[in-house]
Write a protein that binds this ligand. Structure first.
Ligand code: SF4
Length: 225
């Protein structure tokens, strides 16, 4: 282990079950694979750069100089889902937007996390009964941390990010979901027609839709004859 490790980083990493001999203190740290793996992941979470509504303004404030989430290694907001491991859903999730959100989530590599920021994202918020609003993004993608508020303050978002770090700390490479078979299976992208359709509710939806279209085409052809 490098001599350059700060004392707090060494404290974070050192396994108390294996104390470092006094004459080597400050030069080496003995730790477990899980601990160093999680320490590096939790200290370099890269959020995806997108916002949906007013909550996004608070997210932007959290990234700016006053609150500055680069202190958590999170400042590298990525415009590409393929380079991001955290999706902050900041704002109202409309039925028109959810297919894009699911598609972006599917394009993020594992291990990946979702933070639902604000009342709208977590449950529809003031627009819950709206004809065009999804009443909770967790109906479509798995949410790891919920941040309450309308809008949540930057401090609340920071609290949520710290909770996410605590969750990462508790994960183990031996039992992590993303190493299990089938972990990479994409979530079916919802379809937006006159209303939103979640293909998971209708496993044979595609086949039924095709059959219906064929019947309609046949009926139209019969009328034309
Ligand atoms: S929770 Fe409030 S602040 Fe956030 S997007 Fe909804 S209405 Fe806007």
């Amino acid at each position: 282990m490098s001599e350059d490790l700060s004392s707090s980083a060494q404290e974070d990493l050192t396994n108390p079950a294996f104390p470092v001999p006094e004459n080597l203190a400050g030069q080496i740290a003995i730790t477990s694979l899980d601990r160093i793996y999680n320490w590096s992941r939790r200290s370099s979470v890269w959020p995806m750069m997108f916002g949906l509504a007013c909550c996004a303004i608070e997210m932007i404030c959290t990234a700016a100089s006053r609150y500055d989430f680069s202190r958590f290694g999170m400042e590298v907001m990525r415009p590409s889902p393929r380079q991001a491991d955290l999706m902050i859903v900041s704002g109202t999730v409309t039925k028109k937007m959810i297919p894009q959100i699911v598609r972006l989530y599917n394009q993020m590599p594992e291990p990946k996390y979702v933070l639902s920021m604000g009342a709208c994202s977590s449950g529809g918020g003031p627009f819950k009964e709206g004809y065009n609003v999804v009443s909770g993004v967790d109906k479509f993608v798995p949410v790891d941390v919920y941040v309450t508020g309308c809008p949540p303050t930057p401090q609340a978002l920071l609290h949520g990010l710290i909770k996410l770090q605590e969750k990462i700390d508790k994960q183990s490479v031996l039992s992590a979901d993303w190493y299990k078979p089938g972990a990479e299976a994409p979530i079916p992208v919802p379809l937006l027609g006159p209303d939103l359709v979640d293909p998971r509710d209708f496993p044979d939806f595609g086949a039924k839709l095709k059959a219906q279209q064929e019947r309609a085409a046949a009926a139209a052809a019969a009328v034309a004859e």
